[in-house]
Design a binder for this molecule. Structure first.
Ligand code: PMP
Length: 360
């Protein structure tokens, strides 16, 4: 067996140890004669798996009982709609910060439901900066403030958690969740598609303070109402059982790695190495302001974009996969989530240095 180094932005690399365990347990889960995929979600065996996954996530992130943890479907994109459907009352305004393609999509979707105030935007710098909080034009009494702490496409990450007083802070943490410790108590609601730092696609996590439940209007469908899922342990309908199980294995793996604090140290080292190499080269460059560079998604361009194709082909052949940047940005992007080992970053840097030597 050979596993390449996978720099995909999502669905992203999973820890090999997790896949091995899943493989081993696939056909016959703990002697029951069937796989988890074939089991009722109401079976005590699955309920135990589900509850353990939730508890491990609570331990990893320090999530208190004041919060519900929901295991949903529909991806982070469905949260772009569910957040305003559940938190934006009639006549209220929600504030959004626009720092990239994912913020924009969230704003566009929310605007279907109510008044949206874009309180700050870095579109004028082509999303290479985070607008300093003292420039934000927050509205007088917003229902919530929404931001995207890590913009997966632009490789832009906030170096701070916004200070919004008693206002509900909502974060799309799809590409940064579990990469470093965060104080969950600063947030009213956190959501994340699973397919980067959590598990396979098809599962979406929502962490919501319980006092925010029950605010959805009567016309909100049951499936799109957080209360429904909170009241039913995320089993109002059939949940994505296998993705939930795999997320649980990833949480166990994270605990074994020393938890999120330890991942943060490794992630910082990985990112510093890669940015350090890019900055030290005249051949590669990254346009993002240094303080706001993403630790998870590292976009870079080659001085001559005619070299993009050979770069990608040779990287592929060297077992360095999925380095192509998002179509809206071009160039390259190395996503270096928790499951991408430091050795992968070392191998990428060695390849980049060699490619530069041969093509500069
Ligand atoms: N938000 C962010 C920050 C993302 O990176 C993505 C997916 N790459 C999304 C939202 C959309 O997620 P999904 O595909 O799960 O709907």
């Amino acid at each position: 067996m050979s596993r390449a180094y996978n720099f995909c932005a999502g669905p992203a690399a999973l820890p090999t140890a997790v896949l091995e365990q899943a493989q081993q347990e696939m056909l016959d889960y703990q002697g029951m004669g069937l796989s988890i995929m074939e089991m009722s979600h109401r079976d005590k065996v699955f309920v135990d798996i589900a509850e353990k996954a939730e508890q491990d996530l609570r331990d990893l992130m320090g999530i208190s009982d004041d919060y519900a943890v929901l295991f949903l479907q529909g991806g982070a994109s469905t949260q772009f709609a569910m957040v305003p459907m559940n938190l934006l009352g009639a006549g209220e305004t929600a504030d959004y910060i626009n720092t990239g393609q994912w913020s924009k999509k969230a704003i566009k979707e929310a605007a279907r439901y109510g008044n949206i105030n874009v309180a700050a935007s870095s579109e004028d710098t082509n999303f290479t900066t985070v607008p300093p909080q003292d420039t934000w034009q927050l509205s007088a009494n917003p229902a919530y403030v929404h931001y995207c702490p890590n913009e997966t496409i632009g490789g832009l990450e906030y170096s701070f958690i916004p200070e919004v007083g008693d206002t509900t802070l909502v974060a799309d943490m799809s590409s940064t969740i579990l990469s470093r410790p965060v104080d969950v108590n600063r947030f009213g609601l956190i959501y994340a598609g699973a397919q980067k730092n959590i598990g396979p696609a098809g599962l979406t996590l929502v962490i919501v303070r319980k006092d925010l439940l029950g605010k959805a209007g009567a016309n909100v469908p049951a499936m799109l109402n957080y209360q429904t899922h909170a009241d039913n342990g995320s089993m109002y309908n059939t949940p994505p059982t296998y993705a939930w199980y795999l997320a649980g294995l990833v949480f166990e793996w994270l605990k074994k790695q020393g938890g999120v604090a330890n991942m943060a140290e490794i992630n910082q080292r990985k990112a510093e190495k890669l940015y350090g190499f890019i900055d030290g080269s005249d051949f590669y460059s990254n346009p993002v302001e240094v303080i706001s560079r993403s630790q998870m998604n590292v976009p870079f361009v080659l001085g001559d974009d005619r070299l993009d194709k050979p770069f990608l082909a040779e990287a592929d052949a060297a077992g360095l996969l999925n380095l192509k940047g998002h179509r809206s940005v071009g160039g390259m992007r190395a996503s270096i989530y928790n499951a991408v080992p430091e050795a992968a970053v070392d191998a990428l840097i060695a390849f980049m240095a060699d490619f530069e030597k041969r093509n500069a």
